[in-house]
Design a protein. Structure first.
Length: 694
């Protein structure tokens, strides 16, 4: 056989052998008759075996390259087989196709093989409801069917119904039971020699719980019922149980980082429904919301102390609360000590203390108690008192306690603009509340104004000169005004009665009666004044008659009693028929003239002047008395005429009160009657009056 024919036969045999070599094994015969083969196994590591004539080919060379140019594989390179004819290649990180070329004793063989990355299992756990475990190929994320899963607890003493062995289904999953409480477990998966393990924390299913606290405003807390952990951002809906009930807290809320939602304080007790929702879990509960009670005590002391018991949370007053009042000091006295019950306004009025006292107040209501200590002040009412012996002493004091007030301001001024007094000015009271003023050189009426802590009081007083005699130049009207001001609030009976008594007792005309030389004024009697004076007298007589009419109609007007008639020496009043018709008019009739013993009517000019001054002064007194309290005196012309010694004016000393019931008005003396003359326009003094000359 020729050489070329022999080579063709060998090549054909080699090709047939290569075609029928099993996967993973490549065999070839070279010209020397060596039959080389490559076998690749991959059970974790990659092992390449080179044999020659089915015997190990020690020291054979092996070249490894990737088929794809851009593929990467750490096993690329040249190797030499060991005594077993094998070479270990690194496990690929990912599946790769490599070309293997073996050479041994001039024989060689090549092959391409796929090297698989080793199987690496992965475990994943989901806990939407029941825990679901999935086993996958970590490289491809493909689910591993029929993988074995073993479940154990991390803590030896922990209990979990899911402990045991499972087999993954076609989806690579195994369902575990829901834990009754949170538990840590170990999951171990095995598949075809590959295995992996992982720990997992299995939560119990979320079960919400609602708690309500009502210390002040209602506070709702939403928690995980299993762990008691607060649930942040849970939704809370609040509604009333009764459809018609009202509550300002109705609405939707979101819990804060503490799992809480604050509701408004109810104005009255109310039943509500609370519904919480969070990540598919929900729960609802009913709660009774009470009005929280926190007692507080407040005391006002404008006049009598007024104690108010109220709820500090709602600021509402509490009716029917019990209030106990005791003194702080054991020996202190206070009329308000005792037990009280608050009225519908939550208030109790206590007695005004006679002196400043510290008291303890204890309020009780529905098992709640509150105590407070307060100082009850005696009422403060500024007052002025003036004493004049050798000097003038003014005391500013608290009329409620009688205590003198230190550092009060006292302003002294004269009442009459032209009056002079060295004590005019401003003063500050001493520790006893006293200010000493100089004795006036002559009697003077001064106005005193005391001020202290936004309180002030004024009064007018008459200061006598050093001789202790009252200056007759002080108008009697000033004295009446001063009396009214000082006694306005201090009389036991009607103020008018007190003023009337004061006028009767202090009127300068009461001092000695008319002087002996007093006679009728110049216009009285037959000597007659002009018609104008007669008209004036007639108007005064008519005014007196009007006063008498008013006495019959009202209690506050007085004149001589209705039965009073003329004195024994008075002429008959029957001369004029008009007088008889006017039965209510008292006094001498309009035609009365002076009695027979009266002096001549032409008195000197001094007496006329004195009469006019007395008439004006009396008119002033009447005006001032009317201003004070609608008080009246005798007509301006009444009273004796006279000289300078007769400056005291008023009705004569023998004049009595005209009316029985009230003191505000006076008429002529009760003994006055008609003069008995034919001249209706003229009147004079009563019949016993002396001559007007001197």
């Amino acid at each position: 056989m020729s050489v070329s024919r022999l080579l063709a036969t060998v090549l054909a045999v080699v090709m047939i052998t290569a075609v029928f070599t099993p996967l993973g094994t490549v065999a070839a015969d070279d010209a020397s008759g060596e039959e080389l083969s490559i076998d690749v196994s991959q059970n974790g590591d990659v092992l390449v075996a080179v044999t020659a004539n089915e015997s190990t080919a020690e020291n054979a060379t092996l070249e490894v390259t990737t088929v794809e140019e851009n593929a990467t594989y750490d096993g690329v390179g040249n190797y030499t087989t060991d005594e077993n004819g094998t070479v270990s290649l690194p496990v690929p990180n990912e599946t790769v196709v490599v070309a293997l070329e073996a050479n041994y004793e001039n024989a060689s063989v090549t092959d391409e093989v796929i090297l698989e990355a080793p199987l690496e299992l992965a475990i994943d756990v989901e806990q939407d409801d029941a825990p679901l475990v999935t086993v996958t190929d970590n490289a491809t994320e493909a689910p591993i069917t029929n993988a074995t899963l073993e479940v154990t607890t991390v803590e030896e003493n922990a209990t979990y119904d899911g402990v045991g062995n499972y087999t993954t289904d076609e989806n690579g999953t195994a369902a575990l039971p829901v834990p009754s409480e949170p538990v840590d477990v170990v999951l171990e998966a095995n598949y075809e020699g590959a295995s992996t393990a992982a720990e997992a924390h299995l939560e119990a299913p979320l079960e919400l719980a609602i708690d309500v606290e009502q210390d002040d405003a209602p506070l709702v807390t939403v928690t995980d019922n299993a762990t008691e952990a607060p649930i942040t951002n849970a939704t809370l809906e609040v509604t009333t149980v009764e459809e018609n009930a009202t509550y300002d807290g109705v609405g939707n809320y979101t819990t804060d980082e503490n799992g809480t939602a604050a509701l408004p304080v109810p104005s009255e007790p109310v039943d509500v429904v609370l519904e919480a929702n969070y990540e598919g879990a929900s729960t609802a509960a009913e709660a009774h919301l009470e009005v929280p009670l926190e007692l507080t005590i407040d005391v006002e002391q404008d006049d009598a102390p007024l104690v108010t018991v109220s709820n500090n949370v709602t600021e509402r007053q509490i009716a029917n609360a019990t209030l106990e009042v005791t003194t702080v000091e054991e020996n202190a006295t206070y009329d308000g000590v005792g037990n009280y019950t608050t009225d519908e306004n939550g208030t109790v009025s206590l007695a005004v203390p006679n002196e400043t006292v510290d008291v303890e107040l204890e309020a009780s209501y529905e098992n709640e108690t509150e105590m407070a200590q307060v100082t009850l002040e005696a009422p403060f009412e500024l007052a002025i008192d003036v004493e004049q012996d050798d000097d003038v002493s003014v005391v500013v004091f608290n009329d409620g306690t009688g205590d003198g007030i230190e550092n009060a301001t006292l302003e002294v001024a004269t009442v009459e603009e032209n009056a002079t007094y060295d004590g005019v000015g401003n003063y500050t009271t001493d520790a006893n509340g006293t200010v000493s003023l100089p004795v006036p050189n002559e009697t003077v009426v001064v106005a005193l104004e005391a001020s202290y802590e936004n309180e002030s009081v004024t009064t007018e007083v008459t200061l006598q000169d050093a001789d202790g005699e009252e200056d007759e130049s002080v108008p009697f009207g000033h004295l009446v005004s001063q009396f009214v001001e000082e006694n306005r609030d201090d009389t036991d009976g009607p103020l008018g009665q007190a003023v009337s008594n004061f006028v009767r007792e202090n009127n300068p005309g009461n001092a000695a009666g008319p002087p002996a030389h007093a006679g009728p004024p110049e216009h009285a009697g037959p000597g007659g004044d002009d018609a104008g004076e007669d008209d004036a007298d007639e108007e005064e007589s008519e005014a007196s008659a009007d006063e008498d009419d008013e006495t019959d109609d009202a209690d506050d007007e007085r004149g001589p009693p209705s039965h009073a008639g003329p004195p024994a020496h008075a002429g008959s009043g029957d001369d004029d028929g008009d007088d008889a018709d006017d039965g209510d008019e008292r006094g001498p009739p309009s035609h009365a003239g002076p009695p027979d013993h009266a002096g001549p009517g032409d008195d000197d000019a001094d007496e006329d002047d004195a009469d006019e001054e007395e008439s004006e002064a009396s008119a002033d007194e009447d005006d001032e008395t009317d201003d004070a309290d609608d008080e009246r005196g005798p007509p301006g012309h009444a009273g004796p005429g006279g000289d300078d010694d007769d400056d005291e004016r008023g009705p004569p000393g023998h004049a009595g009160s005209g009316g029985d019931d009230d003191d505000d008005e006076r008429g002529p003396p009760g003994h006055a009657g008609s003069g008995g003359d034919d001249d209706d326009d003229e009147r004079g003094p009563p019949g016993h009056a002396g001559p007007g000359g001197r």
